[in-house]
Design a protein around this ligand. Structure first.
Ligand code: NAD
Ligand code: DAU
Length: 356
């Protein structure tokens, strides 16, 4: 038995693969294009592990995917592969349409051809699990109830619009062709191997480097944070027991304004790796011009997955964020290696001339 994971060298995908193989001997075929966000170093501990087969390639390469499916017939496909950064989607939306829309479509089509040719039990048991985001639901007002699975789609960024399109294609492949799909929509993740273009790792990395901590707008936008390993356990649970064709929201019941997140990161660093001048890392906070079209609030109502599948997060924000800061402090080589020339170019493009 095997599973095909796409995007398994990225932040969540690599955590998923590592956790999977820590709990099971089932072979993982890992298809990843290794874009700027894909990092094979995340999977270093699996270098001589025969349960992990890494293939560099694009989910939109139909011939490659068809070959892989024929060569290592999987019982499930878990699709993490995506362009995932909202700010990059504002600067250059085309890659998002290519991977998140066209790529998902081609992957679905290859999966359909493969699934159609399976025999009885294998056909019945096959699953296509699509990993999506709460951003497809748009932005909430302060007093609005959290997103449920039936909340209307109102994506506001090129990223969330492309993810919304992919969710609709997944739904359509079930409705039209009967492909046994599952969709998960998760809130903001944080934890090990998070690329430092996203809020939490950027703040840790910049703080330690003595650089400004750029907070967009007034810093009062709210996100609902979930430790990445809890996201991975939720996906495993949905894969095991989710009802075909259903959507499951995944979240940590943990809404926080961005500025509170930055203050928490600073407080942990003050405790665990104090500045030499004895001052707080908070001194490095700099308010910068807001993200265009910035969604004000996300919040996930995760009661369906708890009620129907018995899943809930294992970490609180306090335990998860401490583990995360410690991981970055203990993995300074990883931090150095990810800060390539293209990473520095991205920082130039996104932050230069932005000071409020
Ligand atoms: P990431 O950007 O860290 O990783 C994406 C991975 O996909 C990278 O390894 C990249 O090389 C690979 N990839 C990109 N285009 C590809 C292509 N065409 N073919 C094959 N591989 C390709 O992203 P992430 O944060 O790990 O997110 C993974 C998935 O989870 C995405 O679908 C994202 O929308 C979703 N998600 C993320 C979060 C979050 O907070 N990070 C929350 C909810 C949902
Ligand atoms: O909600 C799930 C989504 O969470 C995922 O689908 C996306 O893939 C993931 O990137 C994340 O999107 P966000 O835009 O919420 O994450 P990001 O870390 O980029 O930003 C979090 C918040 O912090 C957001 O309100 C913008 C703000 N921010 C971000 C950066 C990078 C800052 O204030 N300053 C920054 O420098």
């Amino acid at each position: 038995m095997s599973i095909l994971v796409t995007g398994g060298a990225g932040f969540i995908g690599s955590n998923f693969v590592l956790d999977w193989l820590a709990q099971s001997d089932e072979l993982v075929i890992n298809l990843d294009k290794l874009t700027y966000a894909g990092n094979i170093e995340n999977l270093q501990s699996l270098n001589s592990d025969h349960r992990h087969v890494f293939v560099q390639g694009d989910i939109g390469d139909s011939a490659l995917v068809a070959n892989l499916l024929a060569q290592h017939p999987p019982r499930a496909i878990i699709n993490f592969a995506a362009e995932s950064h909202v700010d990059r989607s504002i600067h250059g939306p085309e890659d998002f349409v290519q991977t998140n829309v066209v790529g998902t479509f081609r992957l679905l089509d290859a999966a359909r051809a493969y699934w159609s040719g399976l025999q009885s039990d294998a056909k019945q048991n096959f699953r296509f699990l699509h990993v999506s985001t709460d951003e497809v639901y748009g932005s909430l007002g302060k007093e609005d109830p959290a997103f449920t699975e039936t909340h209307r789609y109102e994506p506001n960024s090129p990223y969330s619009a492309s993810k919304a399109a992919s969710d609709h294609l997944v739904r359509a492949y079930h409705h039209t062709y009967g492909l046994p799909v599952l969709t998960t929509n998760c809130s903001n993740n944080y934890g090990p191997y998070h690329f430092p273009e996203k809020l939490i790792p950027l703040m840790i990395v910049n703080a330690l480097a003595g650089k400004p901590l750029p907070v967009y707008g007034d810093g009062q936008q709210i996100r609902d944070w979930l430790y990445v390993k809890d996201h991975c356990s939720a996906i495993r649970r949905v894969l095991d027991a989710g009802h075909v064709g259903e959507v499951y929201n995944i979240g940590g019941w943990n809404e926080k304004p961005n500025l509170d997140i930055v203050h928490t990161v600073c407080a942990l660093l003050d405790e665990l790796s104090p500045r030499v001048d004895g001052k707080s890392y908070r001194e490095q906070i700099t308010f910068v011009a807001d993200r265009p079209g910035h969604d004000r609030r996300y919040a996930i109502d995760a009661s369906k997955i708890q009620r129907e599948l018995g899943w809930k997060p294992a970490e609180t924000f306090e335990t998860g964020i401490r583990k995360t800061v410690l991981w970055y402090l203990e993995n300074q080589n990883w931090v150095t290696n990810v800060q390539s020339g293209t990473y520095r170019e991205w920082l130039e493009k996104n932050y230069t001339g932005r000071a409020a």
